[in-house]
Design a protein around this ligand. Structure first.
Ligand code: URA
Length: 212
């Protein structure tokens, strides 16, 4: 189990994130760099699922490593639309992973989120969930998504929330309500601005990834 907030740190993350943060990066380059970064994030999320130690025979000896324990009981859940981009990287890393979708949109004026659509596997209550949303801002959408999962019987300790960028406000809100939920992020920025965007952030992830 990882600690409450696990930050992915590497030269690759810094490099990819710098290109993504740059407001002059065009849509296509943003999407390409975001995909590369999210593949690393997806791999980390998968690696943080329960594993067991296993000894393998290499061509030259033996090696004690780890093997995924819960291969048949994992669901990647997208908070649409931006979360779809991250779920695709989980699927690229692990083609057989189950997939669920939640459509939660925040009102442009009030930033209050609303759940419009939910499509989750019938047996999700027994599963570990990789909850995918690239941006953890106010935490409103995350809270609504976690509530939807808990209502379906998912255990909070079985939820790993993956995001590209987070901020202290969002992390604090999710953790106050759901301390057992693990968060894996690539960076935690300073704060939210008056429009509830992360500062310095990278702008609207969905618009930049999908081209508007
Ligand atoms: N969603 C985004 O895409 N960007 C932010 O800064 C906050 C929420």
């Amino acid at each position: 189990m990882v600690t409450a907030v696990h930050t992915l740190e590497s030269r690759a993350i810094t490099h990819l994130m710098t290109v993504m943060r740059d407001a002059s990066t065009p849509h296509e380059a943003f999407a390409a760099h975001a995909r590369r970064l999210m593949r690393l994030l997806a791999e980390e999320g998968i690696a943080c699922l329960p594993h067991t130690r296993i000894e393998v025979t290499t061509p030259c000896g033996t090696f004690v490593g780890e093997k995924l324990l819960v291969a048949s009981a994992v669901c990647a859940v997208s908070i649409m639309r931006a979360g779809d981009s991250l779920v695709e990287e989980v699927r690229a890393a692990w083609p057989g992973v189950r997939v669920g979708k939640l459509l939660i949109q925040r009102d442009e004026q009030t930033a209050i989120p609303r759940l419009f659509y939910e499509k989750l596997p019938a047996d999700i209550a027994r599963m570990h969930v990789l909850l995918c949303d690239p941006m953890l801002a106010t935490g409103g959408s995350a809270m609504m998504a976690i509530d939807a999962l808990l209502k379906r019987g998912v255990r909070a300790a079985f939820i790993i929330f993956l995001n590209v960028l987070s901020c202290p406000e969002g992390i604090a809100r999710v953790h106050a309500a759901h301390p057992a939920v693990q968060i894996i992020t690539c960076a935690t920025d300073e704060r939210l601005n008056e429009r509830k965007f992360i500062v310095p952030g990278l702008g609207d992830f969905g618009d930049r990834f999908y081209g508007g």
